[in-house]
Design a protein around this ligand. Structure first.
Ligand SMILES: Cc1cc2nc3c(=O)[nH]c(=O)nc-3n(C[C@H](O)[C@H](O)[C@H](O)COP(=O)(O)O)c2cc1C
Length: 354
């Protein structure tokens, strides 16, 4: 029987176990031009016992940034600075993918390094607020991307993926979840376009498919993963057809031979099983665990064959040696969520291993 502590091949990489660290924004990229710092390298290296680390959401362009102090992968300074992270993780035997996150309309002019208006499939404002250096602010009405800009945005993902490999990452995860740009294209409540990028489900999956193809062309399918969150209402998404749209997306992606599909399960657990069966490659699952964080109770999902790799988010914040604790049944430390975003070593690198 396969357990969470068995190794698995993921594209070109060999994972020592099936416990992955889910992507988590920590807003501490205080290096020049929003680049990673030595503190970030220490944070990730402490967690290298994970079979796979997926980094915090990382913008592929200036306009792709939604939150303060999130790192980028779109210029030389950032690319060079990520090397300290990938080197220290590799020295400790870890495998690390960069998550490429373009937040689209979930953004605020106050968070860009230059004066810009957020962009989205359509000029449809999301209800909600976003952190800025000046505190929580209402989301603004985004500007609709032109077809030329859509093509350029796809190119930005490919260029950032290329930079990720240059920076020493083992691969990239494209962020298609949580109401950010890719899911804005997928969802008819955010995508009101009447051209080939909107309307039918086949048109709404086009952006995600084209970004994925461009990234695989840049770095190879075996180093490319995609994260999706079917029916997740986060960031004012209201999908009206997830049961048809996501299987269509999986069918379109299967021939590419990606390293993995990563499903963040929220409101549609029944769809998880459908996608698990339809997906021909390695299946990562961040299971829905209402009212608590993914923990020891979910390890069984590997034995049941519900997933090939499990991803754990918040537990990894307070438990840098989470796989070891899960393997030995050791107690888990509680996460101080008040220190999740921004700040210094407190609540970041000061959680001890056992
Ligand atoms: C502090 C924090 C930051 C997060 N940032 C991201 C992110 O950048 N990209 C992403 O895809 N998910 C992000 N997530 C969601 C997690 O990857 C994960 O899906 C979620 O925490 C649920 O898993 P858990 O119960 O194991 O924590 C974040 C979650 C937390 C707690």
């Amino acid at each position: 029987m396969t357990t969470a502590f068995d190794p698995i091949k993921l594209g070109d990489a060999e994972l020592k176990n099936r416990i992955a660290m889910a992507p988590m924004t920590r807003s501490r990229a205080y290096g020049p031009e929003q680049s990673p710092t030595p503190l970030m390298a220490e944070y990730y290296a402490q967690r290298a016992g994970a079979g796979l680390i997926i980094t915090e959401g990382t913008q592929p362009s200036v306009i792709g940034q939604g939150y303060p102090a999130t790192p980028g992968l779109h210029n030389r300074t950032q690319t060079a600075a990520w090397r300290q992270v990938t080197d220290t993780v590799h020295e400790r035997g870890g495998v690390i993918f960069a998550q490429l996150m373009h937040t689209g309309r979930v953004a605020h002019p106050a968070n860009y390094a230059e004066p810009l208006t957020p962009v989205a499939p359509s000029a449809v404002r999301a209800q909600g607020q976003v952190f800025t250096p000046g505190g929580l602010r209402d989301l603004v009405q985004p500007r609709e991307l032109t077809p030329t800009e859509i093509t350029r945005t796809i190119d930005d993902f490919a260029a950032a993926a290329h930079n990720a490999i240059e920076a020493g990452f083992d691969g990239v995860e494209i962020h298609g979840a949580n109401g950010y740009l890719l899911q804005q294209f997928l969802s008819s409540n955010a995508n009101a376009r009447t051209d080939e990028w909107g309307g039918s489900a086949a048109n709404r999956i086009r952006f995600t498919v084209e970004v994925t193809k461009a990234v695989t062309a840049a770095i190879g399918a075996s180093r490319t993963g995609l994260r999706i969150s079917p029916a997740n209402p986060f960031n004012d998404i209201a999908e009206d057809d997830p049961a048809t749209l996501y299987p269509l997306l999986v069918d379109a992606l299967n021939p590419l031979g990606l390293a993995y599909l990563h499903v963040m399960e929220t409101m549609a657990p029944e769809l998880t099983h459908v996608l698990r069966s339809a997906w021909k490659g390695v299946f990562l699952l961040n299971p829905a665990t209402p009212g608590s964080a993914t923990g020891p109770g979910q390890l069984q999902l590997i034995e049941d064959g519900a997933a090939d790799v499990l991803t754990f988010g918040s537990r990894f914040i307070a438990n840098p040696d989470l796989p070891h604790r899960l393997a030995t049944g050791a107690p888990l430390a509680d996460t101080d969520m008040t220190k999740a975003y921004g700040g210094d070593a407190a609540g970041y690198t000061d959680y001890p291993a056992l």
